[in-house]
Structures are given as structure tokens and as C-alpha cells.
Design a protein. Structure first.
Length: 84
């Protein structure tokens, strides 16, 4: 009898664990984030090296990792977050 209760409790716990992810995409992300981040970092470095914007596929402005368009966007973004 007692064992049965324990088993039930365990099942409930397991179910709660699964519900921690609001959707299957986030679940996938959390289960694979180590690998995903590694891949992301790798492609970031690859783009940096080859002079391709890290946000799109355009050529970068010399010395930075963004293209003209994304550099402007980044400037605005920085201004906003600094003024907060
Ligand atoms: Zn860009």
C-alpha cells in the first residue's frame, strides 16, 4: 500500500517536471541547449572571420561584426539601454 502511494507521488513529480516547459520547442531547447549554444558560437565566429554580418547575410562594416543596417540598429539599441 505504502509503496503504491510512493509510486503515485513519483509519477506526479515526473509529470510536473514535464510541464515545466511551456511548449515542445522550449523543451527541445532546454534539453539541447549545450549543443545548440556550441553551434551558435561556432557559426558566429565563422561569420566574424569571413566578414558576414552576424544578424543577416550582408557584408560587415570594417572592424565590426554587423553590416551597415545592423550597426545602426545596434547603435539605437545601445542608446536606449544606456539611458535606462
Ligand atoms: Zn546585418
Amino acid at each position: 500500500m505504502f509503496k503504491k502511494i510512493l509510486k503515485k507521488l513519483k509519477e506526479v513529480k515526473e509529470r510536473k517536471k514535464e510541464k515545466a516547459y511551456p511548449n515542445r520547442f522550449l523543451k527541445f531547447y532546454h534539453l539541447n541547449k549545450k549543443k545548440l549554444n556550441k553551434e551558435r558560437r561556432f557559426s558566429y565566429n565563422e561569420r566574424k572571420k569571413s566578414g558576414v554580418c552576424v544578424r543577416c547575410k550582408k557584408k560587415t562594416v570594417k572592424g565590426i561584426v554587423f553590416c551597415q543596417y545592423h550597426q545602426e540598429k545596434q547603435k539605437t539599441y545601445n542608446k536606449i539601454s544606456r539611458s535606462k
